[in-house]
Design a binder for this molecule. Sequence first.
Ligand SMILES: [Zn+2]
Length: 114
Amino acid sequence: MTLFNRDTLRAAYNYLNETPPFNKWNLPDGDDVEFRVVRDRGTFGWYLRENGKHIIGLSVSTVGHTDTLIRTMAHEMVHIHEHCSGPCKKGHSRAFKRWSEQVCRVHGFDPKAF
Ligand SMILES: [Zn+2]
């Protein structure tokens, strides 16, 4: 049994999008994001902007618990925020880390595991 599919990923995204600090960031609605379920042992998830579309992928090979799913989704949503806020840098910029700290504080995520 796999924990999630595209619909549950969208539901997780929409849930987080209603909570701080995401609800102040004016992120796209879940219907305007493409969610992909992938098999990749090398990552929990990724964010990609392709042909003007936001795409978030989560890996069923590494994400097995709701805890990990929500934390990974939150991480990728910080990437969307960064992308929508200006030129996107590879990796995790200083701004990315600052926004991540806010998210971890509100949601009780371990910043070292974010
Ligand atoms: Zn990242």
